[in-house]
Design a protein around this ligand. Structure first.
Ligand code: SF4
Length: 478
C-alpha cells in the first residue's frame, strides 16, 4: 500500500534520505510507554506510602520544590464519573447515571486538598490546573463552582496560568461553556475520537460532527485561549478512508492542538473493550495506513508535528516551544510550562513531587476509607534512585527536545556518559541505521523521521523496560 511520503527523498547523492515507509511503520509498531513519567506508573510500589508522600511535600515546603523557592505547582483533579461507557475506554472511571454520587466525592476531594495544602504550606501558587476523568463535566455547574472555590481557598491560581478541562461534547452546552469560562478556565479539550457514525456506534459514543462544530465555535467566541481535540485511530469499523474523512473534518475545525492516540485492544485488562467485536478492528496494515494518512494530512493542513501524538498550529505556543527547544512533558502530555511539581487529587490520581511519584487509591471505597481516617489516600509510588533521575533527564530530553547532549548530562549528574550508557549507545546504532537518530561524539539528535518514533528512541534508555519481559502492558508505539 502506498502512503504519502513525509520527507522527500534527496534528488541526488549516494544515499537517499530515509522516508516514512509502511515497512518502517510496521517494524516500529511494538508496545511502548508514552513517557509521561519515568519510571512509568507500572513501576510504582506499595512500599511507598502516604507517610513518604507527606515527607516529600514537607521537603518541598522547606526547599521550595522544583525550580527553586516558591516555584508554582501544577494541579490535576480527577473526576471519575461517566454517564455512559465508551467501549474503547482504558481510563479509571465509574459509570453511573446517579449524579447524587458527586456530592460525597467533592467532600472527599476537599478533604484531600486540605491535607495536601496543609503539608505544602500557605496558599502555594498554581500555574497549571487540569480537570480530567472520567468526565469532569459530569459535575453540575454548581458542583464545579464549589470545586473551583475550594481550590481558590487553598491555592493561588496565577493570572497567566493554564487552566483546562476535558470536555465530553455530549455533556455540555454553550451555557455550560460560559459557566466554565466564568470560573476562570481558559482551555478546553474535546474528546472527539472519530466523526464517522459507524465507528461512533461501534464504540458506543454518539456525538455528531455538527454538535462538536457548534461547541468549538462557542468555545472560541467565549474566549477560551486554546482548544484541543483528541482522536483515536485503530477503532472498530475505522478504515483508512473513513479516518481520512475525520482527519479532514478535524483539520477544518482548526483546533489549536490535536492529540492522536493509537487504540490498544487489551480486553483482558479493560472490561469495556470486551464489547468491541475483534473482527471489526482494522488490520495492522490499515492501522499503519491511518497513521500515515493522518500524519501527512494534518501537516498538509498546516499543522506542525510536535511529538509522538501531538500536532499544533504553527502560532500555537506548543509549536513555538517545539521550535525553540522549550517543550516539557508531564502527565497530560507535551506542555509549554517549565517542569514543576504536580499534585494529583482524586481517585487514582498521580502526583510528582521532587524525586518522588505517588498514586492514590484506584477504587472509591479505598479512597474514601483513607480520608475518613484523615490520611492522604496514597496506595503506591516511588522514590527515584540516582539512576532513575539520570534516565528521567535523558528520556525527557529525547522526548521533548529530540536530542541528548552528553556534556549536559555529565555536568548535571556527574557521570561519564559514554561508559555509563555504553550498552544504550551501542543499541542506538540500529536506530541510526534506520535514519531515526544521528549519533556523534557529543550526543544524539533525533532526525525529522525519528520524531515519528521518538518513544522508541527513549525506550533504549529505559532500564526497567529492558528487564521487562511482559511488554504487552503498553499500547503500541504507533
Ligand atoms: S472514554 Fe472517557 S468518557 Fe468514555 S467511559 Fe472512558 S472515561 Fe468515560
Amino acid at each position: 500500500m502506498d502512503h504519502p511520503t513525509l520527507h522527500p527523498t534527496r534528488g541526488s547523492g549516494l544515499q537517499a534520505e530515509p522516508v516514512l515507509t509502511d515497512e518502517l511503520l510496521h517494524r516500529m509498531d511494538r508496545p511502548g510507554p508514552r513517557y509521561t513519567s519515568y519510571p512509568t506508573a507500572d513501576r510504582f510500589v506499595e512500599a511507598f506510602t502516604a507517610e513518604h508522600f507527606l515527607q516529600a511535600l514537607a521537603q518541598r515546603h522547606d526547599m521550595g520544590g522544583v525550580g527553586g523557592a516558591g516555584a508554582p505547582l501544577s494541579l490535576y483533579i480527577h473526576v471519575p464519573f461517566c454517564e455512559s461507557v465508551c467501549y474503547y475506554c482504558a481510563c479509571n472511571k465509574i459509570v453511573t447515571r446517579d449524579h447524587g454520587r458527586a456530592a460525597a466525592y467533592l467532600d472527599a476531594l476537599e478533604h484531600e486538598m486540605a491535607l495536601a495544602a496543609d503539608a505544602l504550606g500557605e496558599r502555594v501558587q498554581v500555574s497549571q490546573l487540569h480537570f480530567g476523568g472520567g468526565t469532569p463535566t459530569f459535575l453540575s455547574d454548581e458542583e464545579l463552582s464549589r470545586l473551583m472555590a475550594a481550590i481558590r481557598v487553598r491555592f493561588e491560581l496565577l493570572p497567566k496560568g493554564e487552566f483546562s478541562i476535558e470536555i465530553d461534547p455530549r455533556t455540555v452546552t454553550r451555557q455550560r461553556l460560559e459557566h466554565l469560562r466564568a470560573l476562570g478556565l481558559n482551555r478546553v479539550s474535546f474528546g472527539v475520537q472519530d466523526f464517522d457514525a459507524q465507528v461512533q456506534q461501534a464504540v458506543h459514543r454518539i456525538q455528531p460532527f455538527e454538535q462538536v462544530e457548534a461547541l468549538m465555535r462557542d468555545a472560541r467566541e467565549l474566549g477560551f485561549e486554546s482548544i484541543n481535540v483528541d482522536l483515536i485511530y485503530g477503532l472498530p469499523r475505522q478504515t483508512p478512508e473513513s479516518f481520512e474523512r475525520t482527519v479532514r473534518q478535524v483539520a477544518g475545525l482548526r483546533p489549536d492542538r490535536i492529540a492522536m492516540y493509537g487504540y490498544a485492544h487489551l480486553p483482558t485488562r479493560f472490561k469495556p473493550q470486551r464489547r468491541i467485536e475483534p473482527a471489526e478492528l482494522p488490520s495492522g496494515g490499515q492501522r499503519v495506513g491511518m497513521l500515515a494518512q493522518a500524519l501527512a494530512g494534518f501537516v498538509s493542513h498546516g499543522y506542525q508535528y510536535i511529538g509522538m501524538d501531538h500536532f499544533a498550529l504553527p502560532d500555537d505556543p506548543l509549536a513555538q516551544a517545539k521550535r525553540q527547544g522549550r517543550l516539557h512533558r508531564n502527565f497530560q502530555g507535551y506542555s509549554t510550562q517549565p517542569d514543576c511539581d504536580l499534585i494529583g487529587l482524586g481517585v487514582s490520581a498521580i502526583s510528582r513531587v521532587g524525586p518522588c511519584y505517588s498514586q492514590n487509591a484506584k477504587t472509591l471505597d479505598e479512597y474514601y476509607d483513607a480520608l475518613r481516617s484523615n490520611q492522604l489516600p496514597v496506595v503506591r509510588g516511588l522514590a527515584l534512585t540516582r539512576d532513575d533521575l539520570v534516565r528521567r533527564a535523558v528520556i525527557m530530553s529525547i522526548m521533548c527536545h529530540g536530542r541528548l547532549s552528553y556534556e549536559s548530562v555529565a555536568l548535571a549528574h556527574l557521570i561519564d556518559v559514554r561508559s555509563y550508557f555504553a550498552a544504550e549507545i551501542e543499541a542506538l546504532e540500529d536506530l541510526a541505521r534506520d535514519g531515526l537518530v544521528m549519533l556523534s561524539a557529543d550526543g544524539l539528535e533525533v532526525t525529522p523521521l525519528g520524531w515519528y518514533f521518538v518513544r522508541s528512541v527513549a525506550m533504549v534508555f529505559d532500564r526497567h523496560l529492558r528487564a521487562d519481559r511482559n511488554r504487552e502492558r503498553f499500547s503500541k508505539v504507533i
